[in-house]
Ligand binder design. Structure first.
Ligand code: DC
Length: 219
């Protein structure tokens, strides 16, 4: 099976690039952040402390979390409900970063991700794909960009969706999530030793895809 791992901090352009890459290569695209977001949403709905590993583990024992891969893209199902439209808010972003610290959440989601990769050619994006989920992936890339550029991208995205947010708040959120994602004990965000770093500060998504295809020797 072909495995391509794309890691990096939020707003580095991973999902746009990974989706385009998967389409060009005829692979499936798996957005693993959406899985953590779904657990974050569930914990918020249940009124749980999003840092409480034992409570989250108990919650997940009865939960049915499914990834549906369609022609139009990935949709997350929570107990049969399509929650795709509910998991991109700033509140759920922070909850996702919180629950991603918890070992029982990571164990469950990583197992699902590995199961999907075992029977599909896949481009997978996240934080720990090259280091932990697919350590033997044939290709690994680590996308970076400055916090300011990443916050501006997120800001534009939220504004396009009609969400009223202040740029400074988005930047603050980006920095807080970076701090939490990079310093956690369990699978922190870090570049795999054999991953190629690509800075996306001055490149648009198409250009990043071209760079990656060239690095893979597919151009
Ligand atoms: O990529 P994203 O912004 O949708 O991810 C949401 C959160 O989930 C992010 O703060 C970190 C976490 N995450 C993770 O810990 N491991 C992954 N493989 C993907 C996401």
């Amino acid at each position: 099976m072909l495995q391509i791992a794309i890691d990096g901090p939020s707003g580095a352009g991973k999902s746009t690039v990974a989706r385009a890459l998967a389409a060009q290569l005829g692979c499936i695209y798996l957005d693993t952040g959406a899985m953590y977001r779904t657990v974050g949403l569930m914990a918020r709905r249940a009124g749980l402390d999003t840092h409480d590993d034992a409570a989250l583990a108990a919650m997940l024992r009865d939960a049915d979390i499914q990834v549906r891969l369609t022609e139009e893209g990935q949709r997350m199902l929570l107990d049969g409900e399509d929650v795709e439209g509910l998991i991109r808010t700033p509140e759920v972003s922070m909850a996702a970063s919180d629950v991603a610290v918890c070992p029982s959440v990571r164990r469950l989601l990583v197992a699902k991700q590995q199961e999907i990769a075992a029977s599909n050619d896949v481009v997978m994006d996240g934080r720990d794909i090259g280091t932990h989920v697919l350590p033997d992936a044939q290709y690994k890339f680590f996308l970076t960009a400055s916090p300011e550029v990443r916050a501006m991208r997120r800001f534009d995205e939220l504004r396009d969706k009609g969400q009223a947010v202040a740029y400074d708040d988005v930047l603050e959120d980006v920095k807080r999530r970076d701090e939490q994602d990079t310093t956690r004990k369990e699978s922190p965000l870090t570049r795999a030793a054999d991953a190629t770093e690509v800075s996306t500060d001055d490149l648009n998504a198409d250009e990043v895809v071209q760079v990656i295809m060239a690095l893979m020797g597919r151009f």
